[in-house]
Write a protein that binds this ligand. Sequence first.
Ligand SMILES: Nc1ncnc2c1ncn2[C@@H]1O[C@H](COP(=O)(O)OP(=O)(O)O)[C@@H](O)[C@H]1O
Ligand SMILES: [Mg+2]
Length: 375
Amino acid sequence: MNEIESETTKLSSDKPYIQFQNVSKKFGNFTAINDLTLDIFNNEFFSLLGPSGCGKTTLLRMLAGFEKPTNGRILLEGEDISNIPPHLRPINMMFQSYALFPHMTVEKNIAFGLKQDKLPSNKINQRVDEMLELVELTEFSKRKPNQLSGGQRQRVALARSLAKRPKLLLLDEPLGALDKRLREQTQFELMNIQEKLGITFIIVTHDQEEAMTVSSRIGVMDSGNVIQVSTPNNLYEAPATKSVAEFIGNVNLFEGVYKGFDDIGTKLKCEHSESIVYSSQSIDAKNGSKIWLAVRPEKLEIFKSPPDYKYNILKGTIIDIGYGGSFSTYHVKLPNGNMISVIRANRERTSEKSITWNDEVYLHWSSKSAVVLTE
Ligand SMILES: Nc1ncnc2c1ncn2[C@@H]1O[C@H](COP(=O)(O)OP(=O)(O)O)[C@@H](O)[C@H]1O
Ligand SMILES: [Mg+2]
């Protein structure tokens, strides 16, 4: 009995909660979403990350039921939801602009949807109290939105979205109106709330740091499609394309020519270096084809004299040093004019003095920390 039970639990948790199947959305001649397929699982904190205009809001609006796909299907727990109107979907969407009612108190704002659903008033009061506690606004329950700070308004909107106990909460740029410090604090609050409630969150953002901080997985979008879906760590360490590498954090990209694979790894001839450079990763490419090597700034070491390595060495000149407190960023100019970024932790109080402007330096990376890309 127990075995069967655990087996079914496993099966049900492996089944996607939401499935976009070959979904397209056209506005007139314009394709906003282009044949997109994506699975999202129960209990995930999933981020849709991409530049402005890539289709993030459109995707959420289709999931919430405010837009219909032109082609393809959206399934919720295996069921096609195309004929279910928005208010009957177990989904709530929190809009970018919060849209709080200015003339209503915090508690009335939170109770609004519950009243519409004609819940008995004792149930409503109980639920509102619960929500106020969840977002830590109990003492502000009688205030109106204009008597609250931006962060508090954001929490009221969140409480209102959660009051009807949706199984899925869609958040469209929820922290966009907050300043940097409040944003960071609110990111952790959102994560705690999601964990406490055990529901699925899908958040839209164009801020890669935010997506990396809050998400279990991220779907990176570009021009109406998802180009890579993975964990934050995997997107950073193993981006599938140049655009993902550039969108998730900073990266140095070396364009070169594929020269095969040997004991050390993939060989690349590029104009940045006189000798062959390596990544330990293997890729599917033809000899002589154009490929790119991607190295994150913190994976490069700087030396003032030629280091004792046989490969993966670049020579350049320090052009600029940005002091960032716990780390410094060095901009190094190569003989071909390309600029390389290197980040070093400032471990000693004087470390930033040892390398300075106009110094001739050597850069090195381990083959293991370089990624090769074909597109
Ligand atoms: N109702 C609409 N009519 C026409 N074009 C639209 C409409 N909604 C969105 N678009 C277009 O679709 C593209 C994607 O929009 P959107 O999903 O809002 O992007 P994002 O949220 O990623 O910034 C944009 O080019 C936008 O102008
Ligand atoms: Mg948007």
